[in-house]
Write a protein that binds this ligand. Structure first.
Ligand code: NDP
Length: 480
């Protein structure tokens, strides 16, 4: 069986403990590889390598760092099919989705930050006749990057690319549930001559490897994407050590549908924003709020389309939803459907595990599920489910829609559907959310700041914000 290896100091290495974890293929439920069960000693080795590589990486300058990163990006693009298949095998998502979205976006992350540094500038202020102030930014040192399982390579590169571009060296941990594409990336780095020790990847469990990264005194900045509870734990450790922290956490995103919207476009996009990647995208809309005059018509049209979605073999190009990432996650999602029923919700479609034939019979598939009849404050509408489950609710006024939309502890993303321009601006303004999409979903411009408010996170990533995060700013005041 294939063994995934750590990537430390430019070399692929087994864990120092000699212990391994199983890596499952969600489509079949079978183990297909083993993952290092690393510990704090592997993290310590990785930090040593990252510290040693710092001066050479920094002295390459922006041109040199940019070229090294672009070589890696180009190679992933050439190997797109291999990466897409690996991502689908590891995560359970349709291979077509990995091919069209995940891997191209991972390439785009590397390219964006590799080229952004070529155009970076710094601020200077002339203070009357007295002085010139300028801001000097230097890399913060070794960056710790911890990423989740839902968009494995995309979010992994989203963390490491700005850190590397800024001149930091990196110790990174992908989710142990989906480590495979990060392992392929390590192989690509070696083959493309990426400088050893600049990027180090340590595989293993969050409470062991993730915690060791968070606690390490020589890692002054942590960039984390994952669940809100894990984010809180990381913050508890990192805050008293005065580390820089960027936390991209969970969401419970509302979709506000006004009767005047372009209904066909809204329906097509809302099916996607609900069930893409089996609903396992932090930006998926999971609470659909619909103006009452259009509610019944919306419900019937939406449920018809959801029933037509195909749950199936992730390698089949006709599949809309593949498998959920793990058995434990599938059980969690199904437990929320049970809870929704107990809270008085009516399941309009889905709501159960799907058993496929042959090899796929033990895979972790759940039918796309639509639930109505629940109020804004029940647990189903307050807690993150992170699967193919959405609720629909009518509203009578803009104020009521906003109150419902803002009623959760989360504030990651929201979608507004309306053709009334003034209302679009007004509602966008009233939503307490890091991102608002109007008449679209998941459109991303990497130059914009990205991240949530409330319990969806702190710190902004994306664009210059991310490059700044991985640096220390120093003001130099020179007398004129
Ligand atoms: P987790 O919080 O469980 O895990 C995220 C990462 O943190 C994993 O690599 C995990 O390792 C690691 N980890 C776990 N415990 C610790 C710890 N004590 N210290 C340090 N690291 C730790 O999230 P999931 O992987 O389950 O991802 C799903 C969550 O991510 C959802 O809540 C989703 O909303 C959120 N998310 C947010 C996004 C955003 O941009 N705001 C984007 C995508 C997802 P291991 O896998 O071994 O447990």
């Amino acid at each position: 069986m294939e063994r995934i290896l750590n990537y430390i100091g430019g070399t692929l290495t087994p864990p120092s403990s000699g212990q391994w974890l199983d890596d499952h293929a969600p489509a079949t439920g079978r183990v297909f590889a083993q993952v290092p069960d690393s510990d704090a000693s592997d993290v310590a080795e990785a930090v040593k390598a990252a510290l040693a590589a710092r001066p050479a990486w920094w002295s390459l300058g922006v041109q040199g760092r940019s070229r090294a990163m672009l070589r890696v990006a180009d190679r992933i693009e050439r190997d797109l099919e291999r990466f897409a298949k690996a991502e689908s095998l590891d995560n359970g998502k349709p291979v077509a989705l990995a091919r069209e979205v995940d891997i191209p976006r991972a390439v785009a992350n590397l390219r964006f930050f590799a080229t952004a540094i070529l155009h970076q500038h710094t601020e200077a202020h002339l203070t009357d006749e007295v002085a010139i102030n300028y801001t000097a930014r230097t890399p913060v040192g070794v960056a710790g990057c911890i990423s989740p399982w839902n968009l494995p390579l995309y979010l992994f590169t989203w963390k490491i690319a700005p850190a590397l571009a800024s001149g930091c060296t990196v110790v990174a941990k992908p989710s142990e549930i989906t480590p495979y594409t990060a392992f392929l990336l390590a192989q690509v780095c070696i083959e493309e001559g990426f400088p050893p020790g600049v990027l180090n990847i340590v595989h293993g469990l969050g409470p062991r490897v993730g915690a060791a990264i968070t606690q390490h005194p020589d890692i002054p900045a942590i960039s984390f994407t994952g669940g809100t509870r894990t984010g809180a734990e990381i913050a508890r450790t990192a805050a008293p050590m005065f580390k820089k922290l960027s936390l991209e956490l969970g969401g419970k995103n509302p979709v506000l549908v006004f009767a005047d919207c372009d209904r066909e476009e809204m329906l097509t996009t809302t099916v996607r924003s609900s069930f893409r990647n089996q609903g396992e995208i932090c930006l998926c809309g999971s609470r659909i709020l619909v103006e009452r005059s259009y509610y019944a018509e919306f419900r019937d049209a939406f449920v018809d389309r959801v029933k037509a979605l195909r749950v199936g073999d992730p390698s089949d190009p006709g599949t809309d939803l593949g498998a959920l990432v793990s058995e434990a996650h599938m059980e969690k999602v199904l437990a929320y459907v049970k809870l929704a029923r107990e809270e008085g919700g009516r399941v309009l479609c889905g709501g159960e595990r799907v058993t496929l034939k042959g090899d796929l019979a033990q895979g972790w598939y759940v039918a796309p599920t639509v639930i109505e009849g629940l109020g804004a404050h029940c647990r189903t509408n307050q807690e993150e489910i992170f699967g193919p489950v959405v609720t629909i609710q009518p509203f009578d006024s803009e104020e009521e829609a906003l109150a419902s939309a803002n009623s959760t502890p989360y504030g990651l993303a929201a979608v507004v559907w309306t053709n009334d321009l003034k209302r679009a601006h007004r509602v966008a303004d009233g939503l307490h959310s890091g991102i608002v999409w109007v008449n679209c979903w998941m459109e991303r411009d990497l130059r914009t700041p990205f991240g949530g408010v409330k319990q969806s996170g702190v710190g902004r990533e994306g664009g210059w914000e991310a490059l700044k995060f991985f640096t220390e700013a120093k003001n130099v005041c020179v007398k004129r």
